[in-house]
Design a protein around this ligand. Structure first.
Ligand code: BES
Ligand code: MN
Ligand code: ZN
Length: 507
């Protein structure tokens, strides 16, 4: 999609569709008033018929309005003008997307940038619109038999929209709109990359494929460098926990380390570490068959690391970041780890594997120890770690676990700001006894109760040397089945905002 900023007299704009907001009880926005005046009151007359009341979620499509050059006018409700918040603003954009998707149009003018939304800037409103539009039009077509343009079957809506102009009545805000377009496009690029990788099925998306994606990303940006630790390297280092997961698979595990260098080498990096289980069968503790296909998404954390690095590299953010992909496949086999096996982690602590399906924490704990050497300012791991998190928070909030209140606050704020929200859960000491093991330093599972928390408590034992947060995206990283099946790209918006904010602090 092409985006640009537009100003001038709205009624004269040649376009196939103009989107204008109305508020509660059909209070007209400045743009709606402009069109109404040009049409000699036709808009008001239609609004007064009552088919739309200006409520959030409502919309009305008009054709050939008198004296208006655009072919269509799409009126969208935003509710009470004084109280529009992030949720309502984004819902209005989503309403627009639903309405325009079936239309046979190639261009559109959107007037949502002037809508008041708390203290949100024009740049923010533009950025979020670009993000939502790109998200709404995203399709994963790589696996279709025919070329994308030919396929009008499942998935492909055959949409033709190619250009969206953000209209402003105030010329002086054009620059801010352009800034929002640039930031939004960078984010959308990172999101699309992560979604494509996450949606790729596990017969193609193996640990080696993830490593290859990292190498390709590094070749696209001079600021990114990628290196890959092979199983023999990990053996030498002593990553017994990681290797216990990958040993059951024909696909060798890979620990991918990426460096994004956006500022002076002496500046300590932030680290983001993604769970990259390219398929999680559960191993010998085999998962039930129904729904197992969803476990192609068990590498969403790793994909979000790649997407975040792509976004910040595109923006040339003045910050240093280490990205890690803990990539392995969790399979049952004659050489797979067994329940009851005890392994040595890189940290020196031993783990009794009571359930081979709790594999995410096993690959992550060694990755988290491995990055100590970079002396990171903060470490965030991202993982589809527990089914319990989906039970607790559903598909709305990502689970946040953190050993530092300031970091928790910074992440919560970045989540609110981007509508990529997190909710903090405790990792209190009182939960730790659930991980007790008869023979080893700890077990890899803590029982049925508070399973997301005990998973985080397990990781907390490996992250004592730095400020650390764990994001459980089991509910938010993807939608497993149904017509909306697919990766969401979350928490890339949150992570890029968090890093953006940190870069701004040091300026
Ligand atoms: N990848 C799963 C968690 C998961 C489940 C993610 C559903 C997304 C949707 C993880 O490896 C797992 O199997 N976790 C177990 C842990 C248990 C054995 C302690 C779980 O949550 O059931
Ligand atoms: Mn598992
Ligand atoms: Zn898993």
């Amino acid at each position: 999609m092409e985006y640009s900023a537009r100003s001038g007299s709205l009624e004269k704009q040649r376009s196939q569709c103009i989107v204008v907001p109305v508020f509660k009880n059909n209070e007209m926005s400045a743009q709606a008033k402009k069109l109404d005046a040009a049409s000699q009151g036709q808009i008001r007359k239609i609004l007064n018929r009552g088919d739309i009341r200006g409520k959030s979620g409502q919309s009305l499509l008009l054709h050939d309005v008198r004296n208006i050059n655009a072919q269509r006018v799409l009126i969208v409700g935003l509710g009470d003008r004084e109280s529009i918040d992030t949720t309502r603003f984004i819902n209005a954009v989503r309403t627009v997307i639903t309405r325009i998707k079936p239309l046979s149009i190639t261009n559109m003018i959107c007037c949502l940038t002037d809508v008041p939304c708390g203290d949100k800037s024009i740049s923010w409103k533009t950025l979020r619109q670009v993000e939502q539009f790109e998200n709404g039009f995203y399709q994963y077509l790589d696996m279709k038999g025919k070329s994308a343009a030919d396929v009008e079957t499942a998935g492909n809506t055959g949409n033709t929209l190619a250009r969206i102009d953000f209209f402003t009545s105030d010329r002086s805000t054009m620059k801010e709109i352009k800034n929002g377009i640039n930031r939004g496009s960078a984010l959308a690029e990172g999101l699309a990359l992560a979604k494509d990788i996450a949606n790729t099925p596990a017969n193609i998306c193996t640990p080696a494929y993830l490593a290859e994606q990292a190498v390709q990303l590094a070749s696209r940006f001079e600021s990114i460098e990628a290196s890959v630790l092979e199983e023999k390297d990990m053996e030498e280092m002593g990553m017994g926990a990681f290797l216990s997961v990958s040993q059951g698979s024909e696909q060798p595990g890979k620990l991918v380390i990426l460096h994004y260098r956006g500022t002076d080498d002496s500046v300590k990096p932030h680290a983001i570490v993604g769970k990259g289980i390219t398929f999680d069968t559960g191993g010998i503790s085999l998962k039930p068959g129904a729904g197992m296909h969803e476990m192609i998404y068990d590498m969403c954390g790793a994909a979000s690391v790649l997407g975040t690095l792509a976004t910040i590299a595109r923006q040339a953010l003045a910050i240093n970041v280490v990205g890690v992909l803990a990539a392995a496949e969790n399979m049952p086999s004659g050489v797979a780890s067994r329940p009851g096996d005890i392994v040595n982690t890189l940290s020196g602590q031993t783990v009794e594997i009571l359930n081979t399906d709790a594999e995410g924490r096993l690959v992550l704990c060694d990755a988290l120890t491995c990055i100590e050497k970079f002396e990171p300012v903060s470490v965030i791991d991202i993982a589809t770690l527990t089914g319990g998190c989906v039970v607790a928070l559903g598909r709305v909030a990502t689970g946040l676990f953190c050993n530092d209140d300031q970091l928790a606050r910074q992440l919560s704020e970045a989540g609110e700001d981007t509508y990529d929200r997190v909710w903090r859960l405790p990792i209190w000491e009182e939960y730790q006894p659930q991980l007790a093991s008869a023979f080893a330093d700890m077990a890899n599972v803590g029982g049925r109760e508070a399973s997301s928390i005990t998973a985080a408590c397990f990781l907390a034992r490996f992250t004592k040397k730095y400020r650390w947060a764990h994001l459980d995206i089991a509910g938010t990283g993807f939608q497993g089945s149904g017509s909306n099946k697919g990766s969401t790209g979350r928490p890339i918006p949150l992570l890029t905002q968090y890093l953006d904010d940190r870069a701004a602090e040091t300026e």
